[in-house]
Write a protein that binds this ligand. Structure first.
Ligand code: HSE
Length: 444
């Protein structure tokens, strides 16, 4: 016999909101048995009251006032699925001030206002749960907070953006250009309305900042992240990488030197060995590899976006919220313990990306004439960069004097590589901006 009802309000009933609503409705009796409460889908705040939605909801349950919904004292849980950072922040603050549990998928909001919102949850006596904010259906937040609690994290990296992974995968598999594949990704609805979020790496950077906080207890600014997207990658890069034994993937990387306590956070396309598990995660799938000092390396793979996968993560937080509400618990193992994180992040500093050492892939468009290769080699030698391989490929247009020169280097400092790029750019024979991609070397 179920003793009590838990009432949920939805701020936002778009694709993810409808998915959560649908699955909660469909699985109502199983969830009721499992959680010991009756889940009531009480109300939803939406922008357009007249729009038809794929869920059973009466006009009386709809409002266009998300703030009023957040303040509604009859609600126990508010699912903030509006997106964006202005209204979403206000809704979250109002709901948390009333001691409610807020469940969110909003990575941009957490990334920019996480410190304030977790503090508000602590002060209001509510909870702020965010499993769906990083890599959709992959349970990475709970894994790090609960299952890997024994660890200090030396390295986290992975494919944090499904849209870019889809584009890079199809380029490689079907020999398509970036623009051809992007058209398909748009047609399939994979690309965010603000395309820069996906294509320029910002969505992955939001997720990397959240993972860095979970791993290291410090909120880094988005400006602290070295972010580069995939717009400059084209088919020849993917093909050359392939012939050299690599795949091109957009990676989010959070690495920490446990001795000096310095962290680097970056998002960029990189060449990664085909032998690596993460390199073989294709299409829209995401992967996160976590290396802890106790567990070693664990890799989680799954759907990072989409209605059902994201709904699965939101519902897992709703289940945690129900347990907390039923037991009257002030602390949940799946949420952020501010004091613990304050201590964890206390002595942490940001390392400069220039300190990183890596091998590199370098693509240059150069004039095919005597001495050009010597000029390029001289610039690299001047900055202590040692060349590992060189490939030159002519243009398919017979009278085009510009050819692609592909070099890979042995490991060197990023500072050396940046100085080399600066000097290469200044050579008269180099005809367009060089493309530089790190070749990452992770065990897994
Ligand atoms: N646009 C994201 C992706 C999903 O392609 O992975 C939301 O984070």
């Amino acid at each position: 016999m179920t003793e009590r009802e838990i009432k949920i309000g939805f701020a936002g009933l778009g694709v993810v909101g409808q998915g959560v609503w649908k699955h909660l409705e469909r699985n109502a009796s199983a969830l009721e048995q499992r959680l010991g409460v009756r889940i009531v889908l009480a109300r939803a705040a939406v922008r357009d009251l007249t729009k038809s939605r794929g869920v059973t909801i009466t006009p009386e349950q709809l409002t266009d006032d998300a703030i009023a919904l957040a303040r509604d004292p009859s609600l126990d849980i508010v699912c903030e699925l509006i997106g964006g950072t202005a209204l979403a922040r206000e809704v979250t603050l109002q709901a948390l001030a009333g001691g409610k549990v807020v469940v969110t998928a909003n990575k941009a909001l957490i990334c920019t206002h996480g410190a304030e919102l977790f503090q508000a949850a602590a002060e209001g006596g509510g909870h702020y749960l965010f499993e769906a904010s990083v890599c959709g259906g992959i349970p990475i937040i709970k894994t790090m907070r609960e299952s890997l609690v024994a660890n200090r994290f030396r390295l986290l990296y992975g494919i944090l953006n499904g849209t870019c992974n889809y584009i890079l995968t199809r380029m490689e598999r079907e020999s398509l250009t970036f623009h051809e594949t992007l058209q398909d990704a748009r047609r399939l609805g994979y690309v965010e309305a603000d395309e820069a979020l996906d294509l320029d790496g910002w969505d992955a950077a939001h997720k990397a900042v959240i993972l860095a906080y979970l791993a290291h207890g410090k909120w880094f600014n988005l400006e602290d992240v070295d972010v580069q997207g995939i717009r400059n990658i084209d088919l020849p890069d993917v093909q050359w990488a392939n012939s050299l034994g690599y795949k091109v993937k957009l990676l989010g990387i959070i690495s920490r030197d446990l001795d000096s306590n310095r962290v680097v956070i970056r998002v960029h396309p990189a060449l990664i060995s085909k032998r690596n598990v993460v390199a073989n995660v294709d299409d829209v799938f995401n992967a996160v590899s976590v290396t802890g000092d106790v567990v070693g390396t664990t890799v989680l793979i799954g759907r990072g976006a989409g209605q059902d996968a994201t709904a699965s993560a939101v519902i897992s937080d709703i289940a945690d919220a129900v347990s907390a509400i039923r037991s009257g618990s002030r602390a949940l193992s799946s949420e952020v313990d501010l004091e613990f994180y304050r201590r964890l992040g206390a002595d942490l500093a940001l390392a400069s990306p220039a300190e990183i050492r890596s091998a590199y892939y370098l693509r240059l468009s150069v004039l095919d004439r005597p001495g050009v290769l010597a000029d390029v080699a001289t610039v690299l030698a001047r900055h202590e960069v040692s060349i590992a391989t060189v490939i030159q490929r002519s243009s398919e247009e017979t009278d085009n004097p510009v050819v692609s020169l592909i070099l890979t280097t042995h490991e060197c400092s990023e500072a050396s590589m940046r100085c080399s790029l600066h000097d290469l750019d200044a050579l008269a024979s180099v005809r367009s901006r060089p493309l530089l991609l790190p070749i990452v070397d992770f065990d897994n």
